[in-house]
Design a protein around this ligand. Structure first.
Ligand code: 13P
Length: 254
């Protein structure tokens, strides 16, 4: 039984004071996390202590958008998974396509980040996804499966609830274009079968596979209808209280 996860990736938006107001409004609007769904917010680093304070006891989890591949040391500007975990965070995104693209993060580095996240007690939300030209060449599935397995090299989660995979087709992020529910399901199924090869059937059957890319209240229900899609990693629509709360309600009872 996989509990659906709705996670809001705020990217580089909001100040700590704006976040404080947002968290309070969101908790009021939601009136408690409904049973049968998990909710997480992934704000940028300076907002994490605010998330820790405001979300404490609410049942809403939080996490970081990235962590360093190093545990500690002379790495100016980096943030350790241990620093994030100490705040009470549950998750850390690794391998988001914006980091792969703008900072040239390769899957080997992403695997190191996933390992550090696990060692620190965090659950990595490991992102994979293809560019448009890869899809147009008909190579989306082998590309994404290859990226997934490379990004999991040496990554050994102790249990299936300690890993989340997010399929985010690059061409669907922030563009208003979404994968069709069928394409999202076909890819989620391919990801799950690659996970079965890597970790065994039973393990893969329990890992949550999210879809991300221009999720909105108007399209989320159809995307969630795929039996292998276990929730969403939401960018733009997580910035507004009303739309994010609506997405959470749509995932209830999945
Ligand atoms: P959008 O929902 O804004 O397309 O962003 C998706 C994303 O990158 C979430 O990590």
């Amino acid at each position: 039984m996989r509990t659906p996860l709705v996670a809001g990736n705020w990217k580089m938006h909001k100040t700590p004071s704006e976040a404080r107001v947002w968290f309070n409004e969101f908790l009021d609007e939601l009136g408690g996390v409904p049973p049968g769904v998990e909710v997480a917010l992934l704000p940028s680093f300076p907002l994490l202590p605010v998330a820790a304070e405001e979300l404490a006891g609410s049942g809403v989890a939080f996490g970081a958008q990235d962590v360093s591949a190093h545990d500690w040391g002379a790495f100016t500007g980096e943030v350790s998974a241990y620093q994030v975990a100490d705040l009470g965070a549950k998750y850390a995104v690794v391998g988001h396509s914006e980091r792969r693209k703008y900072w040239r993060e390769g899957s080997g580095l992403v695997a190191e980040k996933a390992k550090r996240a696990l060692e620190a007690g965090l659950v990595p939300i490991l992102c994979v996804g293809e560019e448009l030209e890869v899809r147009e060449r008909g190579e989306a599935i082998p590309f994404v499966v290859g990226q997934l397995l490379d990004s999991l090299a040496g990554v050994e989660p102790p249990s299936p609830d300690r890993l989340v995979i997010a399929y985010e087709p690059v061409w669907a992020i922030g563009t208003g274009k979404t994968a069709t529910p069928g394409d999202a399901e076909v890819m989620a199924e391919a990801i799950r079968s690659a996970l079965a090869g890597r970790y065994g059937e039973a393990f893969a059957g329990e890992v949550r596979v999210l879809y991300g890319g221009s999720i909105k209240p108007a399209n989320f229900a159809q995307i969630l209808a795929g039996p292998n899609v276990d929730g969403g990693l939401v960018g733009g629509a997580s910035l507004e209280v009303a739309s994010f709360a609506e997405l959470v309600r749509l995932a209830v009872g999945l």
